[in-house]
Design a protein around this ligand. Structure first.
Ligand code: CA
Length: 235
């Protein structure tokens, strides 16, 4: 484990390939991030337990405990953005990671600047929704309460734990209540990237949100499917 940089944003990287680790350390350090790196899952949970963490970059294939297993443990307790790294290109892996609570997914080989850009997008999104909305403003959709500033979702008085990405989707749908929002629009607004026909990503997130809201998949009460178009939050 080593540390560098003086930014107030701390990025944890878990990656067993030393070349990649060194490269990310270099690029993120240049951006002023504080970087803490691990070459395996060992000690990561303990570190997060005891230190402020803003974002995690997590390799899937690791010696010992793999990245998916570590992610599952992390999501039981923490909701900072997680970006997965992997050499595998299968779409199923992507969906697996996302349903476990990853916010983004980068396939190797990648350019370190791409990772920097994705990290910034995640931090921006996590931060923007925390600060841009007046305190008292919130949405109440038949018992589903969404608090933009506190990043909080309450269903019939019960706190619902959403990942930052899931929260952003719910918030975007609330901001466009009763309107059909296309998968493309959701992806580009929430992920901040050009949509390239990969609506599995949006679909996987919506499925996870519905599960957390105890939605009946055939007759969802809150997020309706608009066939051939996308999704609509109904008042
Ligand atoms: Ca690896």
């Amino acid at each position: 484990m080593k540390q560098q940089g003086i930014s107030d944003k701390k990025i944890i990287i878990v990656e067993d390939e030393k070349e990649i680790l060194d490269l990310l350390n270099l690029y993120l350090g240049n951006e002023g991030f504080e970087v803490v790196s691990f070459t395996s899952s060992e000690g990561v949970l303990e570190y997060i337990e005891n230190h402020k963490t803003d974002l995690l970059v997590l390799d899937v294939m690791l010696p010992g405990t793999d990245g998916f297993t570590l992610l599952r443990e992390i999501r039981k307790k923490w909701f900072f953005p997680v970006i997965m790294l992997t050499a595998k290109i299968e779409e199923t892996d992507k969906i697996h990671g996302i349903t476990l609570g990853a916010d983004d997914y980068i396939t190797k080989p990648f350019h370190p600047l791409e990772v920097v850009a994705r990290i910034k997008a995640q931090l921006r999104r996590a931060g923007t929704y925390n600060t841009s909305v007046p305190k008292e403003e919130y949405y109440n959709i038949r018992g589903l309460e969404v608090f933009p500033e506190r990043h909080k979702v309450v269903l019939y008085g019960e706190n619902i734990e959403l990942t930052p990405m899931e929260f952003s989707i719910v918030l975007y749908l609330c901001q466009h209540i009763n309107q059909a929002v296309t998968s493309e629009e959701l992806f580009e607004q929430v992920w901040g990237e050009k949509y390239l026909g990969n609506n599995n990503t949006v679909f996987a997130h919506i499925a996870k949100i519905r599960e957390k809201l105890h939605e009946n998949a055939r007759k969802p009460k809150f997020i309706k499917t608009v066939w051939g178009v996308g999704y609509r939050m109904e008042e």
